[in-house]
Design a protein around this ligand. Structure first.
Ligand SMILES: Cc1cc2nc3c(=O)[nH]c(=O)nc-3n(C[C@H](O)[C@H](O)[C@H](O)COP(=O)(O)OP(=O)(O)OC[C@H]3O[C@@H](n4cnc5c(N)ncnc54)[C@H](O)[C@@H]3O)c2cc1C
Length: 411
């Protein structure tokens, strides 16, 4: 069967690529392993789909590829144009959640985003073949040969690989695109789970499971550091919440090294000075009274114990050393951790195909003309907050439009 453009993977990036490839009139087939596609969109944002950030801070992306390439790719489809596309072309009005600066569909239904993209793709003429798993990709004469499991092979003039990374394999992504890219000669930056919860075994804070609060977390390891302010959640096995997920890559990457990351938490917005003042003698006020006034009671008790201070002491009887120890714990308390939840719970995959091997305007492989790469399989990810969809939409659009330009210019 001869086809002009084959897009592999109907996730966020692949759906966008197919739409932009078909829009100028190219013949496009979208191959998807699962029964329906877009499964990560369905589970995103707790089923509400945090479709984009309300504001974009490019410096928050993590990549080992040259940063000017990352910026060039992101700027190829500015945030306001992405928003306009969803509202006007897909027909999904968006709303900002003020406290988090995240954008969601007004309907709060991730399904509307997934179905809206599938509908638009079909309307633009894309043929979507589901339960169709690609098992091999190779150049053949001046075209591409696409081998499928239990199905006839296909040929195409251009191929867009949008198979995602390795995170949450139950959604269909098993890293096959990374394998194809490596077999075709691309260098893959070592992959690792990112935006994943951390574990602590045994957990000194196990009985705090369920407590959540805003904090600032910092992770430092040899040559790496990350700081995030936001929600922190104690779990039965360790820690989660946006702030923990956002610094988790430093912890994950430090695990195989001799010195695992040191993670410290500022448990309130008070600094040393403010805590030293709050712990000054004040009538009969106890240590627990002072700390429990601004932190959940169980957490206040645990942190006071971690500082080696008697919570029932009155502030008047606190020694200078105890006051300093407690302040230290509250402002930069060390968070004990031993591992991470891995790809099973990672929202994205770190590492991937090096951006310097891709033309940033079209996402075409510099080594393999006619091969376009986009989405999570590339070496970049952003923080929690809609950044990873922004990356998938921008790279998917560029790859689809690039592939269409290539095949249509030959006509
Ligand atoms: C629980 C969770 C919540 C998230 N929430 C958010 C959020 O709210 N906001 C945000 O910005 N990001 C969020 N993310 C991240 C976001 O979902 C990803 O960054 C994004 O989906 C990546 O898009 P992609 O198209 O590159 O990959 P994917 O979405 O993983 O799509 C890849 C597709 O390719 C298909 N495929 C793979 N291999 C083959 C093959 N060999 N043959 C055929 N098909 C194949 C897969 O079945 C899949 O449909 C979340 C992730 C998770 C796991």
């Amino acid at each position: 069967m001869a086809t002009r453009i084959v897009v592999i993977g109907a996730g966020a990036a692949g759906l966008m690529a197919a739409i932009w490839a078909a829009s100028p009139g190219a013949d496009v087939v979208l191959l998807e392993r699962t029964r329906d596609g877009g499964r990560k969109i369905l589970i995103s944002g707790g089923g509400r789909c945090n479709i984009l950030p309300a504001r974009m801070d490019e410096s928050r992306f993590v990549s080992e590829s040259p940063s000017h390439l990352l910026r060039k790719i992101l700027r190829s489809w500015p945030l306001r144009q992405q928003i306009a596309f969803f509202e006007e072309e897909v027909g999904i009005p968006l709303v900002e959640e003020a406290e988090s600066a995240k954008l969601f569909p007004v309907s709060s239904r991730a399904r509307d985003v997934r179905d809206g993209l599938l509908t638009l793709a079909r309307r633009r003429g894309v043929r979507i073949l589901t339960e169709s798993t690609v098992v091999g990709l190779s150049p053949s004469a001046h075209r591409w040969r696409i081998d499928r499991q239990d199905d006839e092979m296909m040929e195409a003039d251009a191929v867009v690989v949008a198979t995602g990374g390795l995170s949450v394999p139950a959604t269909g992504s098993d890293g096959s695109g990374l394998r194809f890219a490596a077999q075709l000669g691309h260098s893959i930056r070592s992959t690792y789970p990112a935006l994943t919860p951390l574990t602590a075994t045994p957990s000194p804070f196990a009985d705090l499971a369920g407590i959540s609060l805003p904090v600032t977390v910092t992770a430092r390891a040899e040559g790496m550091t990350a700081t995030a302010t936001g929600g922190f959640l104690f779990t039965h096995t360790g820690y989660s919440g946006p702030a923990v997920l956002d610094i988790s890559h430093v912890a994950v990457r430090s695990r195989p090294t001799a010195s695992p990351a040191r993670i410290v938490v500022r448990w309130t917005d008070r600094d040393d000075e403010a805590w030293m003042a709050a712990l000054r003698p004040s009538g009969a006020r106890t240590v627990l009274g002072a700390v429990g006034a601004v932190l959940p009671d169980r957490l206040a008790r645990a942190l006071i114990a971690a500082a080696g201070v008697d919570r029932t002491r009155s502030l008047a009887h606190l020694t200078r050393d105890e006051r300093r120890r407690l302040t230290d714990t509250l402002v930069r308390g060390v968070l004990p951790w031993t591992g991470d939840e891995g790809y099973r719970k990672a929202e994205v995959t770190g590492g991937g195909v090096c951006l310097s091997e891709i033309d940033p305007r079209t996402m075409e492989s510099r080594a393999r003309p006619g091969l376009f790469l986009c989405g999570e399989l590339l070496d970049a990810f952003g923080p929690i907050g809609g950044y990873n969809f922004a990356w998938a939409w921008a790279t998917g659009r560029a790859a689809g439009a690039g592939a269409a330009k290539r095949v249509l210019s030959r006509d």
